[in-house]
Ligand binder design. Structure first.
Ligand code: B12
Ligand code: SF4
Ligand code: SF4
Length: 310
């Protein structure tokens, strides 16, 4: 196989990825599997039982032939701002536009097809978010950015407003350097989190995280400690990213039109969401990652903000 890393990177950038890096199946000294085990043992995954998939701890269990991981990132930042009007809800930036699984999935498929077309012995498997693969860990290993204290990967080009994905391949490629950490002594995100969900630097307890409860929690009621601290959030939460100095300095508008907000997503009326019907929900969130939040959950999240009790 005569394909090298620079050709792959050029193809990835051509397809429209904003960042691309390569990691190999080495013994990285970052304790990623141990940290994941500790996180699961502490039950920080809350009700996300799918996080317990043992393949997540060992990428070779997911794809036995894997030799290299091509990690990619897509910038999704748009310069719109959230509103602090008490009648308006806050939807986190990741969900404003078209579903990133679709946007990134299409580009990953294109890169994967291009790779396979180079030699019939090349095997690939691509993942965005939903596969049992640690996207952030591989992104740091591939030099895309660092696993920051707020639990996100930050890049020096776009801040943390990037989606992550990867292609696993049997190709043996030259790895990039692992990204160094640039949080330093800063603790702004930890102090800003209204529910103290960042239980120690880099470690997020989903049980305490507004993003988890607004998106993943299917219960009829939110826990009181969350409902009382929503601060307007109805879908995800951007607080620990908004306060990050790297995001203030490096955010830049995406060139991907699909990530521009759907109308109504930047300034959603809480009263509308509190009574949203199945039909309105279906129309409003077509091809959106926010479909994960079912109508009853939107109603619950909006009510919690409006009343602090239903
Ligand atoms: C589960 C999950 C969640 C959970 C748990 C969050 C979390 N931080 O793990 C919940 C539902 C809360 C969530 C929320 C969000 N998520 Co989410 N989520 C995931 C998912 C599916 C798995 C993440 C995971 O493996 N968590 C388990 C923990 C153990 O993994 P980890 O955080 O990487 O763990 C590392 C640290 O704990 C660290 N660590 C532990 N101890 C120590 C000590 C030291 C010294 C150091 C350096 C490190 C360290 O090491 C561990 C690995 O080695 C990924 C997709 C994927 N397949 O990877 C998306 C993903 C992480 N989510 C994403 C996004 C966008 C979000 C939100 C921003 C959405 C929003 N606006 O509401 C929030 C951010 C919340 C936050 N502050 O983290 C993006 C992040 C992109 C980026 N730039 O980093 C991802 C990568 C999806 C994607 N493909 O783009 N998410
Ligand atoms: S997403 Fe919100 S609730 Fe979760 S850790 Fe960040 S600031 Fe805290
Ligand atoms: S706010 Fe500070 S500590 Fe938190 S992620 Fe950003 S740089 Fe790191």
């Amino acid at each position: 196989m005569s394909i090298d890393k620079s050709q792959i990177k050029a193809a990835a950038l051509d397809i429209g990825f904003h960042l691309v890096g390569v990691a190999t199946i080495d013994d990285y000294q970052d304790n990623a599997s141990e940290n994941l085990k500790k996180w699961l043992d502490s039950e920080y995954q809350a009700d996300m039982a799918w996080m317990n998939n043992p393949q997540r701890e060992d990428i070779r269990a997911f794809m036995p032939e894997v030799q290299s991981v091509i990690s990619v990132a897509l910038n999704y930042y748009t310069p719109h701002q959230h509103s602090n009007d008490p009648d308006i809800g806050k939807i986190s930036r990741y969900g404003w536009g078209r579903d990133y699984h679709k946007v990134m999935g299409k580009k990953l498929k294109a890169l994967s097809n291009w790779l396979r077309s180079q030699d019939e012995s090349i095997m690939t498997r691509y993942c965005v978010d939903t596969a049992p693969v640690q996207d952030k860990v591989w992104a740091q290993r591939a030099g895309i950015g660092w696993l920051a204290k707020n639990g996100n990967v930050i890049t020096t080009k776009y801040g943390s407003w990037v989606f992550l994905g990867e292609i696993l391949t049997n190709l043996e490629l030259t790895p990039d350097l692992v990204h160094t950490n640039h949080c330093g002594t800063c603790t702004r995100c930890i102090e800003a989190c209204p529910t103290n969900a960042i239980v120690e630097p880099h470690v997020v307890d989903a049980n305490r995280c507004i993003a988890y409860h607004t998106i993943e929690n299917r219960d009829k009621e939110l826990p009181r400690s969350i409902a009382d601290n929503l601060s307007g959030w109805v879908a995800g939460c951007d607080i620990c990213q908004d306060v990050c100095p790297w995001n203030k300095r490096f955010a830049q508008e995406t060139n991907i039109a699909d990530f521009q907000p759907y109308s109504g997503n930047v300034r959603p009326q809480l009263r509308e969401l509190a009574t949203i019907s199945e039909i309105d929900w279906d129309r409003r969130f077509r091809a959106s990652a926010l479909r994960r939040i079912k109508p009853a959950m939107w109603q619950r999240n909006a009510h919690a903000n409006l009343n602090k009790e239903k």
